[in-house]
Design a binder for this molecule. Structure first.
Ligand SMILES: C[C@](O)(CO)[C@H](O)COP(=O)(O)OP(=O)(O)OC[C@H]1O[C@@H](n2ccc(N)nc2=O)[C@H](O)[C@@H]1O
Ligand SMILES: Nc1ncnc2c1ncn2[C@@H]1O[C@H](COP(=O)(O)OP(=O)(O)OP(=O)(O)O)[C@@H](O)[C@H]1O
Length: 283
C-alpha cells in the first residue's frame, strides 16, 4: 500500500511598509511592518513514514539538508511533540531565495502546519507560532495566515485587511543578506512608532530601501523601472521590488515589458494565506 501524500502551498509575503524603530540588545531590530500574502508560492508535498526519519528529497543549491528551514522545522516539531513518526518531503521551489518575499520562513510554516495535521498533534496556532519564531522572525505570520500589522521583531501581530491589488513583483538576480542590511551603519533605526490604527496613509516607506538601493545597483534599476508605472516598493530587505495595479491586465501589460535580465511575476495580494484556505478545505 502506498502512503497517501499531502501537497500544501507555501505562499510569498510582501512588506507593504517597514519602519525600523530601534535596535535591541541582542542585535535584532524593533520594527513596524505590514505583511500581506501573495497567491503565489512553492508547493510542498508530505508523506508520513513510521520510522521517525525526516527526509527532504529535493536538493537546494547552497543549503545543506540539515540547515534547510523545512528540515529544521520538522525536527523541532518532532522533538518538542515527542512524535515517533517521520516524514518524506518534496518541494517545488519557485520563490527566489534571499528575495525578501519570505520563501524560507513560509516553507517552515507550511511544514509546521502540515506536520501538525499529518502527525495529528493537535497543537494550537499560538504554540506553532512560538516554535516558528525560534526559526525566524517572519515565520509566525505565515503560521497565523492572516495579513498583519507586526511589531517587535515581527512577532507581535495584529490582523489587518489592506486592499488586495494585483502586484507585479520584480526579481533582481541578486540575493540580499538580511543580516548584512540590518548591520549597515547607514541604516535609519529611529523611525517614530505609529500609534494610530489602522496605519494612516503616507506611511508606506521601507527604511531598508536607501541602504539596499545603494549597495545593489540591480535593485536600484528595478525600482527605477517600476517607478515609471506605479509606486515601486522594496519588500523586506529585498531584493524583490513590487508595485500594485488595479487589475491583472494592467500588471501583465507592464510585465510584458520585462527583459531576460530582469524577470518578475504577477500575483494577487491576499489577506488570507492560500495555505490556510487549503487547510480549511481539508477539514
Ligand atoms: C526584514 C524582514 O524580512 C521583514 O519581514 C524580516 O524581519 C526578516 O525576517 P527573517 O528573514 O525571518 O529574519 P531572521 O532569519 O530572523 O534574521 C536574519 C538576520 O536579520 C537581522 N534581523 C532580522 C529581523 C529583525 N527584526 N531584526 C534584525 O536585526 C538579524 O541580524 C538576523 O540575524
Ligand atoms: N526552505 C528554504 N527556502 C529558502 N531558503 C532557505 C530555506 N532553508 C534555508 N534557507 C536559507 O535561508 C536564506 C533566506 O531565504 P529566504 O528565501 O527566506 O529569504 P528572504 O525571502 O529574503 O526571506 P525574508 O523576507 O524572511 O528575509 C536562503 O538564502 C537560504 O540560505
Amino acid at each position: 500500500m502506498t502512503t497517501p501524500r499531502l501537497t500544501l502551498p507555501s505562499p510569498a509575503k510582501l512588506n507593504l511598509m517597514l519602519h525600523i524603530l530601534g535596535r535591541r540588545e541582542d542585535g535584532y531590530h524593533e520594527l513596524q511592518t505590514i505583511f500581506q500574502f501573495l497567491d503565489y508560492g512553492d508547493e510542498i508535498t508530505f508523506a508520513v513514514r513510521d520510522d521517525g526519519v525526516i527526509q527532504l528529497h529535493t536538493e537546494f543549491d547552497g543549503v545543506p539538508h540539515d540547515s534547510n528551514l523545512i528540515v529544521r522545522a520538522a525536527k523541532k516539531l518532532q522533538e518538542q511533540s515527542g512524535c515517533s513518526l517521520g516524514i518524506d518531503i518534496w518541494i517545488e521551489k519557485i520563490l527566489p531565495m534571499g528575495g525578501g518575499i519570505g520563501g524560507g520562513s513560509s516553507n517552515a510554516a507550511t511544514t509546521l502546519l502540515g506536520l501538525n495535521h499529518l502527525w495529528q498533534l493537535g497543537w494550537d496556532e499560538d504554540r506553532l507560532a512560538a516554535l516558528g519564531l525560534t526559526l525566524g522572525a517572519d515565520v509566525p505570520v505565515f503560521v497565523r495566515g492572516h495579513a498583519a500589522f507586526a511589531e517587535g521583531v515581527g512577532e507581535k501581530l495584529t490582523p489587518v485587511d489592506p486592499e488586495e491589488p494585483w502586484y507585479l513583483v520584480l526579481v533582481p538576480q541578486v540575493s540580499v543578506s538580511t543580516a548584512e542590511i540590518f548591520s549597515d551603519p547607514l541604516l535609519t533605526r529611529n523611525s517614530s512608532p505609529i500609534k494610530v490604527r489602522p496605519v494612516p496613509k503616507g506611511n508606506s516607506r521601507n527604511d531598508c530601501l536607501p541602504v539596499v538601493a545603494r549597495r545593489y545597483p540591480d535593485v536600484r534599476n528595478a525600482l527605477n523601472l517600476l517607478g515609471n508605472f506605479t509606486e515601486a516598493k522594496l519588500t523586506g530587505t529585498g531584493s524583490c521590488v513590487f508595485g500594485g495595479f488595479p487589475s491583472k491586465a494592467e500588471a501583465d501589460k507592464v510585465s510584458a515589458l520585462l527583459t531576460e535580465t530582469l524577470t518578475g511575476f504577477v500575483a494577487k495580494g491576499s489577506n488570507v494565506s492560500m495555505l490556510h484556505r487549503k487547510l480549511q478545505s481539508l477539514l
